[in-house]
Write a protein that binds this ligand. Sequence first.
Ligand SMILES: Nc1ncnc2c1ncn2[C@@H]1O[C@H](COP(=O)(O)OP(=O)(O)O)[C@@H](O)[C@H]1O
Ligand SMILES: N[C@@H](CCC(=O)OP(=O)(O)O)C(=O)O
Length: 276
Amino acid sequence: MTSTVQLSSARRLVVKIGSALIADPETGDIRDSWLDTLIDDVGRFFARGQQVIIVTSGAVAVGSHHIGKLDRCLQIGGKHAAAAIGQVHIMRAYEQSLARRGFGVGQVLLSSEDIDDQHRHPNTKRTLRQLLQIGAVPVVNENDTTATSDICVGDNDRLAARVAQMVGANVLILLSNVDGLFTEDPHRNPLARLVTEVRCITPELEAMAAHSPARHSSGGMITKLMAAKIAMDAGCEMVIAKGTKSYPLTAIESGGPSTCFIPLTEDRDTCDASAN
Ligand SMILES: Nc1ncnc2c1ncn2[C@@H]1O[C@H](COP(=O)(O)OP(=O)(O)O)[C@@H](O)[C@H]1O
Ligand SMILES: N[C@@H](CCC(=O)OP(=O)(O)O)C(=O)O
């Protein structure tokens, strides 16, 4: 069973970009041509009167390749230094791509305190909303350079869900390197089937999700299901889709494969999942 995801009716969307999309996994180079097609899609949403917040991974992936090019050892500066270097490259790419289409950009680096702390939360929310009002696209990442385990969200799937919850987004899209949630990791079992629609995160569904084999990824499918719980509890629909090809948001709207997590409402209260 397939379902066509309706994105056009969403007033506010959060789009999360995984490391393997923004950065070539082999070279660590930013995939500029692909990024231009994503930003074309985002521009189309803005032209329809919709608001889009981007949550992007990739700072560590891009930065660690640069450290490699400079012949330094990752252990010395570690992940924090890699993120500090990579974040600059990522933001330059977003800034240039958005500017070519007439948009500004606002970098928002968050720790869990910026979302959880009752004094910081309203500031974070206000900043995101003001950026949208003045036509600057918020580009969010975790503040990896100073994050310690007690103040970090830990992965951008949950960070994106927390942002979606905070700004009252209608739809959260996680663009990844797989079509969605499969009955097993499709990289390990090619016979795994795509789950197209989820209305409830059951233990059976959680058992399907595994970690990612990719080096710079944080949580694989496990954190995506955690994100789905946060989003659905906030009444926000969540979509996981493959974003590796050009125009990844157009592909979803055209009925491309995806897993859609639909929050329960009073008139839709069945708790089940459909697989292809
Ligand atoms: N049940 C599953 N369905 C789909 N992918 C899964 C599943 N379990 C584990 N995975 C792995 O999760 C990976 C996607 O997560 P991740 O590498 O963290 O991507 P991203 O960088 O987009 O967050 C897939 O490439 C796949 O190997
Ligand atoms: N904040 C990190 C991203 C961590 C993360 O969640 O990565 P991914 O699993 O590829 O979305 C970075 O920018 O490298």
